[in-house]
Design a protein around this ligand. Sequence first.
Ligand SMILES: [Zn+2]
Length: 269
Amino acid sequence: MIIDFHTHIFPDKIAHSTVSALAKNASIEPHCDGTMAGLLSQMEESGVDISVNLPVLTRPRQYDSVKAFAKELNEKSYKGARIISFAGVHPDMENALERLKEIKSEGFLGIKIHPDYQDKFIDDDSYVKLLQYAKELDLITVTHAGLDGAYVGQPIKCTPKRVMNLLDKIGGYEKLVLAHMGANELFDEVYNTLASANVYIDTAYVLHSIGRDMFEKILVKHTEDRVLFATDSPWQKQDKEIEIIKSYKLGDSVEEKIFSQNARSLLKI
Ligand SMILES: [Zn+2]
């Protein structure tokens, strides 16, 4: 079984314009059209059984409409393939804690935050409060981590040091998932500061750039029990990313943990 823990899809009506705008801002190429049907057909081609959709709120007022689409995704299924959507949250939402409770009661397994798009450092009080409560509610939180292509030249909002500071403030958070191997483009800092902390990291987007040596260094120190296979589709293609992991010849048991076992225990499926 293969679970892709980090994908993005959009309602059909806005998928094309949204993917084009994001691609332009971050100077990246899409490899999928960003629709549910597009993702499902790539899942079929590449043998991905489940994809986790991670909506990003760039403004607090997007909360309701984004959650409605996420809910719709969770209610649909297609040819046995499945998409599990998390809810997007923003630290500046009114009644943010109430909304987390609502997310939990509506059956969402987790939330997604993006410190760069939301213009706050990950150890800012607003995230501390939000994640403290998400932890109490036993929700998974996935955060973008490290450099984002749309914010080159600006201070990186989620660095390994700031994550350690956040974890200190909230007394650890086992169900925190740091995207992009802990911090896109800051792999030395991940290795030195963060690897071996009791959090998950995902492989989204970075398999083409991290290099095998650094991937394996972080994998060994962080252990294969807390690494999740992820692509960041539409920004990478699922079959290519699977190929890269397989080319590392990590052994059946390590591969199984990364491709599905760790995600299944986190998602309780
Ligand atoms: Zn992403």
